[in-house]
Design a protein around this ligand. Sequence first.
Ligand code: SF4
Length: 419
Amino acid sequence: MPPKKKFLSMTLMDISSPFYRQAHSVDACCESVPAALHDQGANMNMAQNIAQTSSQIGGKERPVPLNFAWLQRGAEPRQAVVPVFLPFRGCPVRCVFCAQDVQTGVGDCQNPDCAEGSRAASVEGLLLAARESLRLRHESGQPAAELAFYGGTFTALPEEDMAACLNLACEAQEKGWIGSFRCSTRPDRVDAPILERLRAAGCGVVELGVQSFADSALAASRRGYTGGTAQAACVLVRAAGLKLVVQLLPGMPGHSPQFFMDDVPAALAVGAQMLRFYPCLVLEGTGLAAMWRDGSYKPWPLEDTLESLAHGWLVAARANVPVIRMGLAPEPGLESAVLAGPVDRELGGRVKGRALLLAVRELLGENAATPAAQFDLQLPRSAQGFFWGAKGELRARWAALGLRTVSFDDNTSPQLVFI
Ligand code: SF4
């Protein structure tokens, strides 16, 4: 685990970015509450603030408001997504960690020699199935969905496939089946003209499989581009008026927790509006499986992964940027294909529990785990599901921090009460 000081300085590193400032402005109203402690204040002397707030309030029990805006944020209303998985289609290389055929539950539609089930997954067949699904949804009175092209390098599709995908998207919009569509692609396969073509066809969101901004990790994973290329691609997506999702792959070959600590603020600084964290797994049939077998690659241990993701999740949450996915979706066949790596069905909740613990620990500063820091917590109900981690795994850590009791109530403002 990298030193805490370094993490804090990275959190601040990108505050000068216009994108970062924009993301933070949502919580600007908190600044009119002088007695409150602000979660964005990783740069503050927290212990000093606690002392100041406590003296203002006086009395034996000293409540300190918790302006963890990210904790109180309600779940965004979610639009249904109708995905079209195009495994490896358009990909210039097959990346060492990637098994899109397994990850998406669809066969390899790029390989003409693939198995019977995969041949059914021709681009034409996949688009027909998606069209039918959208039509049926609409006819049964369901609201417009979002069409999503995943699993390959969308912006490098052969022209025939690209035209077919965009035709479906346009038809579906004209008929009111979808509001817009999204696609995923590689950072080194986007430029202004293709992004403009997507936008004109009704694309709303581009997901970039950045994986990391660290040059050495990108080189070790043979991604074929640099961190600078990835940053430039992010800026292009935003400049085209498209929403940007950045996908990160903590634990990829050559990666380190420190790199991941840098990757999250780097993604925010170049305008990421949503993030996905996919901890690197060793999947059967990939180049990584061979590297794992010959000992040249070791996946991150689960606990290290949880801690790193918690730091990253907190940085994103403070910037009001949601992490919309942690870990691969549990597609059929995925579980049996995982050879090694930090796989966990409860990954998201365990990460959030650690993130909350981390936020309170930062708030307590030097007072953490001292007699002066015995406290009760009042939190919104949304925190109840993940507060203790999986099977109460965080109980001992909360107790060591000084927690006496915790209550979950949406009618009380979140606060920390010193006893
Ligand atoms: S990681 Fe992306 S570019 Fe690489 S093989 Fe998988 S889908 Fe293709």
